[in-house]
Design a protein around this ligand. Sequence first.
Ligand code: ATP
Ligand code: ZN
Length: 226
Amino acid sequence: ADAVRDRLRIAIQKSGRLGDPSRALLTACGLDWRESRDRLFCYGETLPVDLLLVRDDDIPGLLADGVCDLGIVGRNVLEEQAAEREQAGAPAVATELRALGFGGCRLDIAVPEDWDWQGPGQLRGCRIASSYPQLLRRWLAGEGIEAEVVMLSGSVEIAPRLGQADAVCDLVSSGATLAANQLKPVLTLLRSEAVLAGPVRPFTDARAGLMQTLLRRMDGVMRLRH
Ligand code: ATP
Ligand code: ZN
């Protein structure tokens, strides 16, 4: 992980919600790559900045292992990983360097539409389905609520209809998916968007300068967008 490198490696989502906007942002920063959209690795042409196209969930781990230097990932994924490391007593390895203004969503608690919502205390003793067990557990602990966390990696919003859970803790943007499953959002645990994640400790090789160049350009692009 501490090998000296003279190229910067950025992990982005291969497809999904963040793939295209991540690539577009880096292109706007003047980067380009030998075309290989279908490949895992894209070799940087104008600057020695390469891309790794991966599943978003893998990005924090790739940063932790030093396989990648920077990553563009949802704050929700980054924070879940950070909470998991904290829980395991492992040191923090990746931190949010910039918020990027796309991929906006919330991590919300949602309950069946027919519940008469009285507040968090109502979740006491409930089973809550989520793909973000660490963030949910931490919030429950902070509120002093004992509830069962049901970890599901997908299709969280149908869990109540299937009888797997009483409530959910899931990502929400428009709320249409919740409504389609007769659920209503009642609380927000985290406001999320795509972020640039990078190392806690600064680089000591050529990557330091490359990162500075990239951050300066990114700040310029972000200013123009707002
Ligand atoms: P992958 O195949 O890379 O694992 P995925 O299906 O896990 O993809 P996406 O659904 O593309 O991931 O979501 C990627 C990120 O987009 C989320 O982690 C979140 O930060 C953001 N996002 C924005 N709006 C939503 C939403 N309504 N639902 C889920 N994620 C959202
Ligand atoms: Zn994913």
